[in-house]
Design a protein around this ligand. Structure first.
Ligand code: AHG
Ligand code: MN
Ligand code: MN
Length: 347
């Protein structure tokens, strides 16, 4: 009989609860190892994004106190305590890319012009530093969306339009950070989608959602229905289709949060053209492309109503596009409604 039980790896991790998970760092390293010629620059860039996300997470979690601190006249060393969170997030990501050295130019929702960085670097980043900013004051989930492209022009030269205005199909990686009931980072490099949950006390992201696949069909539809009378007939018909199927309406008003929920549960998100925004409201380069890449990698679809989002050729940095994105069958049904709507009446 074994009087003194021997401590094995299995029973010691049981005593401590769950076995130690896979950190984002380790996951990135492992993936890099699968590409024999990987230089490590993209891995470093992903780590820079994770670092900035941790800082933004911290800023957001104390944002409710900013007003109080401000009232007491307190400011941080940069004098930033009075700034809006989307401006702060922009500063944090810009700094992370500048210090990291892997980015030759950054396109941001918060900056009208592109931000040139390290000319010797290979990557362009397009970013919405804080998405859903109208929700900040109400303590509702918000996010960050990012796309990464490899430059077409030679390193060491100034970036050109061909580097900046690439179609979404050229993305080498894309992802988002969701600052919700927990903070998550979800990304793809074109080999599936993986999600990581942040453990603030350890300062680490852990793999929590490996190889995410979105359901083929779903029960959720997400659209700002207050704009109903501004929508084309095809969209109105689609909404009626959702009613007939007794689907549930869910709309947070933060694209990242609405998208993430639908990705996991199955559903469709729509931002169609309206009278006030005839090209739709969302931005192609730093909102739609990243989510379109992710949804396709997860088995779903993204369209502007006529064309695949990832095939759209951007003409300017802040271009808008209609967006219909989500589960395959729901996006197909939407396309059908739009085709029917285009047919001359009586056909
Ligand atoms: P941002 O906060 O980056 O400007 O984006 C807001 C976007 C998106 O997050 C959201 O889905 C959409 O605007 C909501 O628009 P409506 O208020 O028109 O529904
Ligand atoms: Mn946004
Ligand atoms: Mn934004």
């Amino acid at each position: 009989m074994n009087v003194y039980p021997i401590k094995t790896e299995a029973n010691s991790s049981q005593q401590l609860g769950q076995p130690v998970g896979v950190t984002l760092d380790r996951f990135i390293k492992r993936k890099e190892g699968e590409f024999p010629y990987a230089s490590g620059e993209l891995s470093q860039l992903l780590r820079d994004i994770a670092l900035a996300a941790k800082i933004v997470h911290k800023e957001i979690s104390r944002s409710g106190l900013l007003g109080i601190e401000g009232a007491f006249g307190r400011e941080n060393v940069q004098g930033e305590s009075q700034q809006k969170l989307d401006v702060i997030a922009n500063i944090r990501f810009t700094r992370a890319f500048r210090n990291g050295g892997e980015v030759c130019a950054m396109i941001s929702e918060e900056d009208e012009l592109l931000i040139p960085m390290n000319q010797d670097a290979s990557y362009i980043v397009a970013i919405d530093p804080l998405d859903g900013s109208s929700n900040i004051d109400a303590n509702v989930s918000i996010g960050t969306i990012f796309s990464i492209y490899r430059r077409k022009s030679r390193r060491g030269t100034k970036v050109k339009n061909e580097d900046l205005l690439q179609a979404g199909s050229e993305q080498v990686a894309a992802g988002y950070v969701l600052y919700g009931s927990s903070t998550m980072l979800v990304y793809t490099t074109g080999c599936g989608v993986n999600g990581f949950t942040y453990e603030p006390s350890l300062g680490e992201f852990f793999l929590s959602h490996p190889d995410i696949k979105t359901p083929k069909d779903g029960k959720l539809y997400s659209i700002n229905e207050g704009n109903y009378h501004q929508f084309d007939r095809g969209i109105q018909e689609y909404i009626k289709f959702c009613y007939r199927r007794e689907m549930s309406s869910r709309y947070i008003g933060s694209l990242v949060a609405d998208f993430h929920r639908n990705l996991l549960k199955g559903g469709v998100y729509l931002y169609p053209p309206t009278r006030t925004n005839p090209d739709g409201k969302l931005r192609l380069i730093y909102e739609c492309n990243a989510l379109a890449f992710i949804v396709e990698q997860a088995g779903g679809q993204a369209t502007d109503g006529k064309r695949r989002i990832l095939d759209l050729q951007p003409n300017c940095l802040h271009e808008r596009t209609p967006l219909f994105i989500g589960s395959e069958l729901l996006v197909n049904a939407l396309k059908n409604c739009l085709i029917t709507d285009l047919r001359p009446t009586g056909s």
